[in-house]
Write a protein that binds this ligand. Structure first.
Ligand SMILES: Nc1ncnc2c1ncn2[C@@H]1O[C@H](COP(=O)(O)OP(=O)(O)OP(=O)(O)O)[C@@H](O)[C@H]1O
Ligand SMILES: [Mg+2]
Length: 315
């Protein structure tokens, strides 16, 4: 573990997404942020859930004096929108995307937002993404140095995760190839994959490489650090933990994408009960066991490490 590793001047961006709604993305964002801040790291959380911004609730912020709309509408710099959370080293930029009438960001606005996020002064910037596989969500994930994805051990959630990882990988390939005049290559080859005898995304990538030798070095470079960090949430027993390992092997086999199972969080029944009593997520009691789970996840993400089969607790 290496929280004290020199980060250089630029912040490291983490983004938490995952396809399905309600898996615990925002919850994980809040806990990762608190964990890193407790290690004396300067952390900024940005709510990039373009459809249902709610990170403020997890920090007990009732009414933010400024939201991201001040960036979109009044062109205020993002650093003016930082809201204190009451937790040392931890600030938030609260989301409020009501004014985006079309339901999605235009390209110029999006690249301006992303540029400003990159330039925020922090050790870690954590992006809370919305559910679904919309392009804005995927682009925010692709902005990150660490792409963290959350699933719960249920078939629909895991299927959504595969879809999300596949869509993200396709978009990444499209962007890289697009810069070299091969924009539609992925779509065209995938559509005709039977004709080429391609069975999965991994084989498609190999096919593209075999047939576009000049681009090989570029693809290798662009994909060298391309990895998904999988977190399993709301885990109820040790059998369910195994789902994390199987997500990892399936992603590697079918997509040919580096996928690391960085840890799991137990389903906290007490947390759920407390929620109905307290109604303020920031005041919720968090068990030591849950704190340990999140610390383990944070360490693995920082170190690019992952869970081992032997690391499974009994129960
Ligand atoms: N490990 C857990 N144990 C118990 N409850 C949890 C756990 N993780 C999250 N929750 C609860 O599940 C609900 C959904 O969590 P959260 O809002 O973080 O999901 P989300 O993935 O961000 O959803 P959305 O896609 O709508 O943004 C919340 O009420 C949260 O408190
Ligand atoms: Mg959320």
């Amino acid at each position: 573990m290496n929280f004290d590793e020199k980060m250089g001047s630029k912040a490291q961006i983490w983004a938490v997404g995952g396809g399905k709604g309600g898996t615990g993305k925002t919850f994980l964002v809040s806990r990762l942020a608190i964990t890193l801040a407790a290690q004396h790291k300067k952390v900024i959380v940005v709510d990039t859930d373009f459809g249902g911004a709610n990170i403020h609730s997890f920090f007990g912020i009732k009414q933010a004096p400024k939201t991201i709309n001040h960036f979109f509408e009044k062109k205020e710099p993002l650093e003016n929108l930082l809201i204190e959370t009451g937790i040392e080293n931890l600030q938030v930029i609260v989301g409020d995307y009501r004014s985006i009438s079309s339901g999605s960001l235009n390209v110029a606005l999006k690249s301006r937002l992303f540029r400003h996020i990159r330039n925020l002064d922090a050790d870690y910037i954590i992006l809370d993404l919305g559910g679904g596989t919309g392009n804005d969500t995927i682009d925010a994930l692709l902005l990150a140095d660490r792409m963290i994805v959350v699933a719960v051990p249920e078939i629909t959630s895991v299927e959504n995760l595969y879809q999300f990882i596949k869509s993200t990988f396709f978009r990444k390939l499209k962007t890289v190839l697009g810069e070299h005049g091969l924009r539609d290559t992925v779509k065209d080859i995938w559509t005709d994959r039977k004709k080429y005898g391609i069975k999965n995304v991994s084989e498609m990538l190999q096919y593209i490489k075999n047939n576009n030798a000049p681009i090989n070095a570029i693809l290798d470079r662009e994909l060298a650090d391309f990895a998904f960090y999988v977190v399993l949430n709301k885990v109820r027993n040790s059998m369910e933990i195994k789902e994390g390992f199987s997500i990892r092997s399936i992603c590697i086999k079918h997509f040919g994408v580096d996928t690391r199972f960085v840890g799991y969080i137990e389903y906290d029944i007490q947390f759920w009960k407390n929620l109905s009593l307290i109604r303020d997520l920031s005041k919720m009691h968090i068990s030591q066991s849950l704190k340990k789970d999140v610390l383990f996840i944070a360490e693995n993400i920082i170190n690019g490490d992952q869970m081992r089969m032997t690391g499974i607790k009994n129960g």
